[in-house]
Design a protein around this ligand. Structure first.
Ligand code: PFF
Length: 464
């Protein structure tokens, strides 16, 4: 029963366009900003190994499931879930999964934009030569001057939100396709240049050792949850971003091959970022567990001392902004698609509404680095005793909402949807590879997510 639905929002022009757009969504702040600092906070090697395992056995199968549902439904995640549930004769409540995704995207973008704003600010701080020749201490104070000033953070957050909503308003296809085609390879080249720099001047062996030699005594249940949550976050899974991109995917494209390609590129970028950053961290006696400021306090030291460092630094942060930009667009696309489909808005108006709401909510993050830095809403709970509002938002979305969303997507794809429908939509036959996918999504993903959750809330303790 092949579906003949068409998306009212249009389609990617080619398979490559989808791969680039999905890679653009996946490769973002998660790879270059977040991965290194959470790996640093969770002891390095063991965390990286758990993360890679999660990508392979949970991430790729879930990505295939999400693209599959999106392409079959060909609407915003809310309407896609509603339509597919009715076609499969299961509960219409599945549409709430679409809603949960829209809310996750909104919450993530509200803080994502603030961090992308830091990257924007650093384009100017590096390009102007401010970092040139600075010591680690000098670089550190440039960073704290920025984040402690709510007005400056607000200004950069505003600029980034306007950039994002401008592209979304024009439609994802025009502009975006062309931009990612140029920018993603450039980002790769620059990362390799930086790894080369770290190799020559940093404590490369120590950095690589930190990243790739697992010491399981350094990771606890919460670290495993963070690794799994990050697998979802970095691949943009569990909230409908990849589903909505899948809804613009032409029919004849292989979902399995494209999902593997996107996941592989995303992983490569994260590992390269780690190999660029940790050697510099160790060579300069910095703290690998420094938290969210890590890349803003380490890479500029390298740029400040290399030939043409101001230029390369500026280029690096421009590319980081672009990586974040192509991800931000996908975070809000599910909401905008729904506003267009169900509220009869045109794209421009829908983008303005969604963008304004996200911008406003982003103020919580802006203030949690300065005037509300001491607001610890859940200080009564041990793991959250030091968590700011930003930390809580990040934890709630990445560690809870995305894995839960992914789990439900898995449940829908194999327990609710008929075998015929998934065989039809994945178009890879009913053989070995289909069976592996089905097994992973049917048993491994739900059980893994469930155990990690239980473990993290302390009901069972795998470490004990
Ligand atoms: N994958 C993006 C990153 O690694 O920066 C973040 C992200 C984008 C998460 C889109 C979720 C999403 F739906």
């Amino acid at each position: 029963m092949a579906t003949v639905r068409a998306s009212i929002h249009g389609q990617w022009s080619t398979r490559l366009a989808f791969i680039l757009a999905a890679t653009g969504s996946a490769v973002g702040l998660g790879n270059i900003w977040k991965f290194p600092y959470i790996a640093g906070e969770n002891g390095g090697g063991a965390f990286v190994l758990v993360y890679l395992g999660c990508i392979a056995i949970i991430g790729i199968p879930i990505m295939m499931s999400e693209v599959m549902l999106g392409r079959r439904g060909r609407q915003s995640p809310i309407n896609t879930m509603h339509t597919l549930a009715s076609e499969e004769n299961v509960s219409p409540h599945w549409k709430w999964l679409g809603w949960a995704g829209v809310v996750s995207g909104f919450l993530i973008l509200s803080y994502y934009s603030v961090i992308a704003g830091w990257a924007l600010a650093y384009v100017f701080r590096t390009g102007s030569g401010l970092i040139t020749g600075q010591t680690a201490d000098g670089i550190q104070s440039i960073f704290s001057d920025l984040v402690s000033d709510p007005e400056r953070l607000l200004a950069w957050h505003t600029i980034f939100m306007v950039m994002t909503m401008t592209v979304v308003a024009r439609g994802v296809r025009s502009g975006l396709e062309r931009a990612v085609r140029l920018l993603m390879p450039a980002l790769f080249v620059l990362l390799i240049v930086l790894v080369g720099y770290a190799w020559n001047t940093g404590s490369f062996d120590q950095g690589v050792d930190f990243l790739f030699t697992p010491d399981f005594s350094k990771i606890d249940a919460d670290g495993v949850l963070t690794a799994m949550g990050h697998a979802f976050f970095t691949l943009s899974l569990g909230m409908g971003a990849i589903m909505v991109y899948g809804s613009y995917l032409p029919d004849n494209v292989s979902i399995a091959k494209t999902s593997i390609a996107v996941s592989a590129m995303d992983t490569l970028v994260a590992l390269l970022a780690g190999m660029a950053i940790f050697p510099i961290v160790f060579a300069n006696g910095l703290e690998p567990g420094a938290g969210p400021g890590l890349i803003f306090q380490t890479l500029p030291i390298a740029f400040g001392h290399m030939d043409y460092g101001a230029f390369f630094g500026m280029l690096f942060f421009i590319l980081l902004v672009f990586a974040a930009w192509t991800s931000a667009i996908s975070l809000i696309e599910p909401a905008v698609a729904w506003l267009v489909e169900n509220r009869g808005m045109n794209r421009v108006f829908a983008s303005a509404v969604a963008g304004l709401a996200t911008w406003l909510f982003g103020l919580l993050t802006v203030f949690s680095f300065n005037i509300w830095a001491d607001v610890k809403l859940l200080s009564g709970i041990k793991v959250f005793q030091d968590s700011t509002i930003f930390d809580l938002l990040d934890y709630l979305t990445a560690n809870i909402m995305l894995p839960l969303g992914g789990l439900l997507i898995a449940v829908f794809a194999v327990w609710q949807m008929s075998r015929n429908s998934s065989v039809d939509e994945l178009s890879m036959g009913d053989g070995f590879f289909y069976k592996i996918w089905r097994f992973l999504v049917k048993y491994i993903t739900p059980v893994a997510v469930f155990i990690v959750f239980l473990n993290a809330v302390g009901i069972i303790d795998l470490n004990g």
